[in-house]
Design a protein around this ligand. Structure first.
Ligand SMILES: NC(=O)C1=CN([C@@H]2O[C@H](COP(=O)(O)OP(=O)(O)OC[C@H]3O[C@@H](n4cnc5c(N)ncnc54)[C@H](O)[C@@H]3O)[C@@H](O)[C@H]2O)C=CC1
Ligand SMILES: CC/C=C\C[C@H](O)/C=C/C=C\C=C\C=C\C(=O)[C@@H](O)C/C=C\CCC(=O)O
Length: 264
């Protein structure tokens, strides 16, 4: 069964940044009724609303200053969505940072922020305040969740954890009561401010690790966001989608551990 974006309401964390902003724009192009940009950067959030209001109906776009690491702040974004648009149907847990020097902050935003969103959505807001029969959560993971990128170990760990939480909340134990489809996207390197790594990685044990992203194919956040719309509409719950190198999204398949034959 496919999910209809048209007429629904979405909340996008990190919606003022590169990928989040393009997701907001793609939602508006796909007939979303209302979208809340939940981002910590007020200046950028206000700017994005004003820019998108040139192209779309301004009453459809709301900026709510939000820190995803603070549950009360995150909950206020859900409340704002209900107050403005009467229902809430799609959550994009998208806010994320790379910072291996302040690694606790990386865990706070990338992991605690996503956990806050999952709990608020599955126990209350998407569970109880959706318009149709099903709601959707899209967690922004990364190719780094399934490939150990050398100088960003904490970031890799937070993104692997996002895949785990996605697959857990997709289980029928949760779905039967929530009716929320939960999926993750794993973008490859995408042209946003996050790929400027100066000052946010630690020195490795030696200089053998590649210290540039030059070898990685770069894709535009607009291409990524258009693929994400297809994932929202068509992907089954619990699935993880790689979107890299300007190629169509494809599903990442986890092995069943019971099928593994290796012995020590
Ligand atoms: N750009 C890339 O190559 C890739 C990015 N990603 C992921 O995509 C997501 C979006 O990143 P980009 O758009 O690339 O970065 P970005 O830096 O352009 O946007 C991130 C946004 O998150 C917001 N944010 C940061 N901390 C926040 C907090 N505590 N509460 C609310 N908002 C907060 C920022 O203000 C910013 O607007 C992240 O989760 C990132 O890890 C995943 C794979 C590749
Ligand atoms: C690295 C963060 C960029 C985007 C995040 C995203 O989720 C995708 C990650 C995909 C690949 C990441 C590759 C990371 C590579 C490394 O960490 C090292 O090879 C070092 C890279 C750059 C160091 C630059 C510097 O030291 O100034």
């Amino acid at each position: 069964m496919s999910f209809q974006i048209n007429g629904k309401v979405a909340l996008v964390t990190g919606g003022a940044g590169g990928i989040g902003r393009c997701i907001v724009e793609a939602l508006l192009e796909n007939g979303i009724k209302g979208v809340v940009i939940a981002d910590i950067n007020e200046e950028q959030g206000t700017k994005v609303v004003s820019e998108l209001s040139q192209k779309f109906n301004p009453t459809q776009i709301l900026y709510q200053k939000t820190d995803v690491t603070v549950v009360e702040s995150f909950e206020d974004a859900f409340k704002a969505a209900i107050q403005q648009f009467q229902h809430i149907d799609i959550l994009f847990n998208n806010a994320g940072i790379v910072n291996e020097n302040e690694w606790e902050k990386c865990v706070q935003v990338n992991l605690i922020g996503v956990i806050n969103g999952m709990i608020l959505a599955t126990e209350k807001y998407l569970k109880d305040q959706k318009l149709g029969e099903e709601a959707v959560i899209v967690n922004t993971s990364s190719i780094a969740s399934v490939t150990p990128e050398l100088l960003i170990p904490t970031y890799n760990a937070t993104k692997s954890a996002i895949n785990a939480i996605t697959r857990t909340y997709a289980e029928s134990y949760y779905y039967n009561s929530t009716k929320i489809k939960v999926v993750a996207i794993c973008p490859g390197v995408t042209e946003t401010s996050i790929v400027n790594l100066a000052g946010v990685v630690r020195p490795g044990p030696d200089d053998s690790a590649e210290r540039t992203l030059d070898g990685y194919p770069l894709q535009s956040p607009k291409f990524l966001a258009d693929q994400v719309m297809k994932v929202v509409e068509k992907a089954p719950t619990g699935t993880i989608w790689i979107i890299e190198d300007t190629k169509p999204a494809y599903q990442y398949i986890y092995n069943d551990r019971k099928m593994s034959q290796y012995k020590v």
